[in-house]
Design a protein around this ligand. Structure first.
Ligand SMILES: NC(=O)c1ccc[n+]([C@@H]2O[C@H](COP(=O)([O-])OP(=O)(O)OC[C@H]3O[C@@H](n4cnc5c(N)ncnc54)[C@H](OP(=O)(O)O)[C@@H]3O)[C@@H](O)[C@H]2O)c1
Length: 329
């Protein structure tokens, strides 16, 4: 038996229960992983509340990213062996546990140049950032982009990465502390959206032209403003709905400037597509190792205290990555 967090009913952070679970032995194509660290994502909150369209049946163990050491492999596994350090990002929940079973094709090797805690902190958010800036819309040198929640878990990586590519990065944040971080992470312009109208500021910064792309994870509260910030033929890449689902889109909102609107979901690119996953993960870890991406492990909690971490995320008091460290028993 190992200890894990289990959700028996949907609800607030109090439904996250620390209890013993059976892990079992890996079957054909599976591995068993002893986890060094687990990354916390805003999506975990949706899952706990039962609001995500892929929320698993009850009871379940939440969590979608982590890193650790392979302790056993099932029959037929050739891609990794006992002792390997690996990381994973998957919508198949279950990471809030000291140990877990995964399919071998869900994990990627963590190079020795990357700390496993940083790997756990960056794998899900970093692969999402990779999809956003390479696939949802391809950011190039000379583009001007707008990133909402620029100090958040995905946002800070998008800002760093797009800056490294040579884009001009505009970020929105709610307070001064987040603004300082966003600046450090490569935002050329930071908008404190509670104090200034972000559409007006974007138009001022771009001399009325607008931006090539908006990366919007906030949804309802920002959606119409995001469309207004786009230049002709610009892209609105929605990838989250932290404030709720936006109202339905009228054709006129899109046709006015011949805009593009897409929802980018990391799972659609990396789940069941091993080749794409390996290429993206290699590029991500390479960028971490060579310093292009600076992983911010800004908040660490013992796994057994995860309810406190959920409270902090929900009250929007976190920046960068939030990491859970499995308790030693
Ligand atoms: N599509 C995908 O594949 C994918 C993958 C990973 C994450 N996501 C989504 O991306 C979003 C960000 O995830 P994350 O883990 O990186 O979280 P996060 O950015 O660390 O946290 C959310 C941030 O959004 C901002 N926000 C604005 N309005 C909010 C509201 N009403 N409620 C809560 N937050 C609000 C807050 O920043 P300010 O205080 O600066 O406003 C908050 O800190 C989430 O919506 C998540 O579901 C999508």
């Amino acid at each position: 038996m190992v200890k894990a967090i289990t959700v028996h009913k949907h609800g607030g952070p109090e439904v996250l229960r620390w209890e013993e679970v059976e892990v079992g032995v890996p079957k054909e194509g599976e591995i068993r992983l002893k986890q060094n660290a687990i990354g916390l994502n805003f999506l975990d909150v949706y899952m706990r509340q039962g609001l995500h369209n892929r929320a698993p049946p009850l009871p379940f163990t939440p969590g979608m990213e982590g890193a650790g050491v392979v302790t056993a492999v099932g029959p037929g596994v050739t891609s990794c062996q006992v002792g390997d350090v690996v990381a994973y990002a998957t919508l198949q929940v279950g990471s809030y546990a000291q140990e877990r079973i995964l399919r071998a094709d869900q994990v990627v090797p963590v190079p020795s140049s990357v700390d496993p805690v940083e790997a756990a902190a960056v794998i899900f958010k970093g692969l999402t950032a990779h999809v956003l800036i390479h696939k949802g819309f391809k950011v190039e040198r000379g583009h001007t982009i707008l990133v909402h929640a620029a100090a958040g878990g995905v946002g800070y990586l998008v800002c760093q990465w797009a800056n490294a590519i040579g884009a001009t990065v505009i970020g929105t944040v709610s307070n001064m502390e987040k603004a300082v971080q966003a600046k450090e992470d490569g935002c050329h312009h930071v908008i404190l959206y509670k104090e200034e109208n972000f559409v007006d500021r974007v138009m001022e910064i771009t001399a009325g032209k607008g931006v090539e792309v908006v990366y919007d994870s906030v949804g309802k509260d920002t959606f119409n403003g995001s469309l207004a910030c786009l230049k002709k033929r610009g892209y609105l890449v929605l990838f989250g709905m932290s404030s709720g689902e936006p109202d339905p889109v009228c054709v006129a909102q899109i046709s006015a400037k011949s805009l593009y609107y897409t929802f980018s979901s990391v799972g659609e690119y990396t789940e069941d597509n091993r080749d794409e996953l390996l290429v993206a993960a290699e590029e991500l870890f390479c960028n971490v190792a060579n310093g292009v991406l600076k992983v911010r492990v800004n908040h660490k909690y013992p796994l057994s205290q995860v309810s406190q971490a959920h409270m902090a995320v929900e009250s929007r008091n976190t920046t960068g990555s939030v990491v859970l460290i499995p308790d030693e028993e």
